[in-house]
Write a new protein. Structure first.
Length: 419
């Protein structure tokens, strides 16, 4: 009987978005092409980019000067004493608020910090979208490889059943061996169909992330083998300190809160209002120039200053806590990667090879009548389990690697390749 093929060799299932026909072709996408399509059409990322436009308009709002106020009034003057001159009375006035420069600068600083926050929100969303896309792509490769393993397992079982049928027909084996082989084939077909459907479900998820912009029928090139080496844990931690988009977004919130504290303190003296006016009577003309200043006598803005200061301390605590949590997550993901790599090495260099050798021995012993069909089926079951465990270990290795790169913010700037 032929030996099992490599665990990565599997025919890619087509996307379920269209029924297969003889004229349709399956388009094979690379991982970079898939990520580019998802990033260009993902609704969450587009929404985050629109928020940047809103924040940019907020800077214009924060730096706008107050409009002058124009007043005009008209009336009549009635004489109630001898010698008074009756007639119409008209007046006008212009006032301009000159804002406290400290309050204006603080408001502008808060708006600019909010705009920087939206930029970091875009990188945070992009980092998460690329990470999720890579993880789903790895899951698709896992399910596709599992479908390949189960298909090969089904083909081997069908060969075993044919040999069993011949031996039963010649009277060399009891009939229950055929029944047992048929039952194993039924289970193998169920496993193969389940793996194929799971692969199609992942394709649907990826198409949803791309807002339905992926081809009607497509597949993904690649395998679960690790490609590029990762930096050391120390380098990843240093990169996370500077490039992690969540930390940068929290830092922007802290800067905005600091500007709001400065603005609350400056609001004690909001500014000076200059006034110029003139009133015309039948025999007089009154001109006036005035200044209006709000004195912080009853309200010294202590409440607003306290609220802004408390919010600043809260955000600073969140930033410090997230930074410490990020270091722990990096260490945990690094350990998970090391464990997964050890499993891959143990399975690929030991367990799978031993299981393949055991299956060959069981098959040879069955041909010579030294073993029964149950021994062959058990050996094949052990090999299938070992190969599936190897695929799962490779997927776990990829998942840990993706988590490390996500925490380090390596997907924040470039939509395809890590920094």
């Amino acid at each position: 009987m032929p030996a099992p093929a490599n665990t990565q060799a599997a025919a890619p299932p087509a996307s379920p978005s269209a029924a297969p026909t003889s004229t349709e072709t399956v388009r094979v996408l690379s991982l970079d092409e898939l990520i580019t399509t998802v990033v260009a059409n993902n609704t969450e990322l587009l929404s985050a980019q629109q928020a940047r436009v809103t924040a940019t308009a907020g800077i214009q709002t924060a730096t706008a000067y107050a409009n002058p106020r124009l007043e005009w009034q008209s009336g009549r003057n009635q004489a109630r004493m001898p010698g008074a001159v009756p007639g119409s009375v008209q007046g006008w006035g212009v006032s301009q608020m000159i804002e406290n420069p400290g309050a204006r600068d603080a408001r502008r600083g808060a708006a600019e910090a909010a705009a920087r926050g939206t930029e970091h929100a875009i990188t945070l969303t992009r980092n998460a979208v690329v990470s999720e896309t890579r993880l789903r792509a790895s899951e698709y490769l896992l399910r596709r490889a599992e479908a390949g393993v189960t298909s090969e397992d089904l083909a081997l079982l069908e060969q075993v059943r044919e040999r069993v049928r011949l031996r039963v027909a010649s009277g060399e084996a009891p009939r229950y061996e055929v029944i047992k082989a048929d039952a194993e084939i039924v289970h193998a077909r169920e496993r193969q169909q389940t793996a194929a459907l799971q692969a199609e479900q992942v394709l649907l998820t990826l198409n949803r992330m791309a807002s339905g912009r992926l081809p009607a029928r497509w597949s993904l090139a690649g395998s679960l083998q690790e490609d590029n080496p990762l930096p050391s844990l120390a380098e990843l931690m240093a990169q996370a300190e500077t490039d992690n988009p969540e930390l940068r977004a929290l830092q922007a919130e802290v800067e905005r809160a600091e500007a709001q504290v400065r603005g609350a303190r400056a609001s004690r003296w909001p500014g000076v209002e200059l006034r110029v006016g003139q009133t015309r009577e039948p025999d007089l003309r009154h001109s006036s120039v005035g200044v209006s200043v709000q004195i912080p006598l009853l309200d010294q803005r202590d409440g607003a200053i306290g609220e802004a200061g408390s919010e600043l301390r809260r955000l600073q605590g969140r930033l410090d806590g997230r930074r410490a949590e990020l270091r722990q997550q990096l260490q945990h993901a690094w350990q998970a990667l090391a464990i997964a790599r050890l499993r891959v090495q143990a399975l690929s260099e030991g367990v799978v090879l031993d299981a393949e050798a055991a299956l060959k021995v069981a098959q040879a012993a069955y041909r010579f009548g030294e073993r029964g069909i149950l021994d062959v089926l058990d050996a094949q079951r052990v090999l299938r389990s070992a190969r599936l465990n190897l695929l799962e270990a490779r997927f776990q290795s990829q998942a840990a690697r993706i988590e490390l790169e996500t925490l380090a913010g390596r997907f924040a700037a470039s939509p395809t390749t890590p920094q």
